[in-house]
Design a binder for this molecule. Structure first.
Ligand code: OAD
Length: 238
């Protein structure tokens, strides 16, 4: 059985990480175009870096831990897909937190990048990074052996930029026997359109607190908290 999973901010909400939309969401306090576009970074790098510095710090605070939904996905993969290859099990996440990886998931594709990594704008090198980043910090400041003068940016995909791994995701979708989406609003493309690439006989399941604009694409809709419904659904599959 080939299984493709897509997660969004809702899976990390019960771990204490704010979602984007809705009351208290990140986009309530900030306009995406002010902090999550290449134009915003060119115009006001201090504001953009502050936004990601705060989120990077919060992600590393001790109270932020994977929840039962993250853990059950990692356990399911370890139990049934430990030796598997060719994306027989693929966990695509729109989240830039590292909670799937911390829970022990192996085959994770963070399609919107990773908060605990940064990228050099010039040479494109990706570097693991846990500290704050200064607005004009350059690659050559990171080590005495480094001479690239490029500016460093968060390794996240901004609006207007190409998400990571799209052809790999499309290949996995076209072959999926099960497509499970968890805690995503179905508003942001191309992630919201992945379901349309799955074959007609694919079992499509949406776990979310509420209906979404793409709910009608799913044969099974499960309404409830990810921490409860994901372990329950995975038990039913096994
Ligand atoms: P959103 O904040 O748009 O949506 C979160 C979804 O999770 C909503 O549909 C909620 O109903 C649901 N939800 C919240 N808590 C839940 C829980 N405990 N259990 C189950 N579901 C829950 O977040 P995303 O859909 O992930 O992109 O947002 C997609 C993209 O938009 C993000 O990756 C980000 C953002 O702009 C970029 O920054 C490029």
């Amino acid at each position: 059985m080939r299984i493709l999973i897509l997660t969004g901010a809702g899976i990390s909400a019960e771990s204490g990480i704010a979602t984007f939309r809705g009351a208290d969401g990140l986009w309530e306090g900030h306009r995406p175009e002010d902090v999550a576009t290449p134009q915003a970074f060119a115009r006001d790098p201090a504001l953009v870096q502050r936004f990601y510095n705060e989120r990077r710090r919060k992600l590393q605070s001790p109270e932020i831990q994977p929840n039962a939904a993250h853990r059950s996905l990692a356990e399911f993969e370890a139990k049934h897909y430990a030796e598997s290859r060719n994306d027989e099990f693929l966990l695509v996440t729109q989240n830039i937190d590292d909670l799937h990886q911390r829970a022990g998931s192996q085959n994770v594709l963070p399609m919107h990048g990773e908060l605990l990594k940064i990228q050099c704008e010039l040479c494109k090198e990706v570097i693991e990074w846990t500290n704050d980043l200064d607005p004009y910090q350059t690659h050559d400041s990171t080590s005495k052996d480094e001479d690239c003068p490029g500016r460093l940016r968060p390794n996240v995909v901004w609006f207007g930029e190409m998400p990571i791994g799209l052809s790999r995701i499309d290949r996995a979708a076209r072959q999926a026997d099960v497509f499970l989406t968890i805690g995503t609003s179905g508003l942001v493309y191309p992630a919201a359109g992945i379901v349309q690439s799955t074959p007609p006989n694919c079992q499509r399941v949406e776990i979310n607190l509420d209906d979404t604009p793409v709910s009608m694409e799913f044969g099974e809709v499960i309404r409830g908290k990810a921490s409860e419904e994901v372990p329950r659904f995975l038990r039913s599959l096994a």
